[in-house]
Design a protein around this ligand. Sequence first.
Ligand code: C2O
Ligand code: CU
Ligand code: CU
Length: 489
Amino acid sequence: MPPFARVAARARVFALTASAASVLLLVGSATIVPAAAARVRRLPAADTLREPPVLRNLSSVPGVVEVELTAAPARLRLVPGGPLVSGYAYNGTVPGPTLDVHEGDSVIVHFHNELPEPTTVHWHGLHLPAADDGSPLRPVAPGTSYEYTFRIPYGYAGTYWYHPHPDGRSAFQVAMGLFGAIIIRAAHDPLAALGIPEKLLILSDNRFDSHGAISFPDPRSIQEDIDLENGREGNVLFVNGQVMPTIRIRPGEVQRWRIVNASASRVYRLSLPGQRLEWVGTDGGLFAHPVAVDDLLLANSGRVEVLVRGPPAPGGRTLLQDLPYDRYMPQTRPADWDSTRSLLSLSVTNGLAERPVRIPSLLRYIAPLDTTHVAAHRVIVLSQGMIDGRQMDPHRVDIHARLGTTEIWEIQNVVGMDHPFHLHGFHFQVLDRDGVPEPFPSWNDLVNVPKHSSIRIVVHFDEFPGKWMYHCHILDHEDEGMMGILQLE
Ligand code: C2O
Ligand code: CU
Ligand code: CU
């Protein structure tokens, strides 16, 4: 696997803001230098966390982003110090390269399937024509190519991701290494304007056999039944394909972390002991206002943006943790479900404290979707492996809806495990959870529906006729048919 390239421009901005801040501080606080220097700890010179390379734009036309993306078998060193094993990769890296674009851009992806099986590239969360959504209805045969073309609408700045979505094989292909991030940038981003440095954290997990190969259960084994029930979880947790990488932070420095849950079924309850996280965004970008939380739940395929602060004392270390969260049926709940896992280590440098950054209390305006004219109220029932009591049939349409209308869906989970519900192509707002009104509107394409609970969402179908998927994003459930088809006309 080729080493990840750093994003040169981003690193430059980071260096600039960091040195400008220390110059400012040196004037009044030179006396604390010896004290800090006396406690020098050995720290890595830079983050050990690396970010995936950014897909190179082959176009010189302003506003056009044209990239090459190839899915192919690869020999990968997935575990540090481990053997080279067989997997799949986008452009040879796991995670795949990041699609980094701006609102208003026209995107052309020359995609080549060099896998021995059909695949698709699904642009999870993007608002685009149905034909280019990469749904299971549009497989790309092995040895062939497809040109995905779409425009990035305004208002959609945020963190997204792409992954394969072939009929019945999504969990397998993602486990083999196919997933990558998408960042959509706004021309005016209130946090970027403050010079707040950014990190991208793609969370994934995997399971390996005693030879280090990616392991899947034997067909008809008990483990296979458990994996179908829970979704396949791995015991090795990765951030950007690395195990326990380190991020450096200066005392008082504020960093913006864009976090993607690319795991097939693992739900993360993220916490940084010793500080509250400033939660500033979700699937569809920034909230209106930051929210301080002790921990936050990130269901699979969801994204969050958080602001993290460097603790005041230099030289310390904290861990980004995944706290226990019981999403399981009691019968198949893993024995170690209640253990806390560490994802990465945050090392506080010995440098001087940063000048504190004032986080704006208004990040952007988000109007609640208008619910005075609702074309349809629907109830969608999630049970084990099924939606509304049936499994997906590519030749059946489950919901007919009209372009230009607004609908309210009540998603009822009638079984004893969580099912994260995802709608393709359209962002929705959560109205209430078990009747409790959502405190503020935000844009989402994923909502975790906890066991025996019910959530109401509102969605507006502004454009893009065609067939759209909605499904549980535990990929094993989706592959088994826990998916329906919405036809917009
Ligand atoms: Cu992440 Cu059907 O999608
Ligand atoms: Cu999707
Ligand atoms: Cu499910």
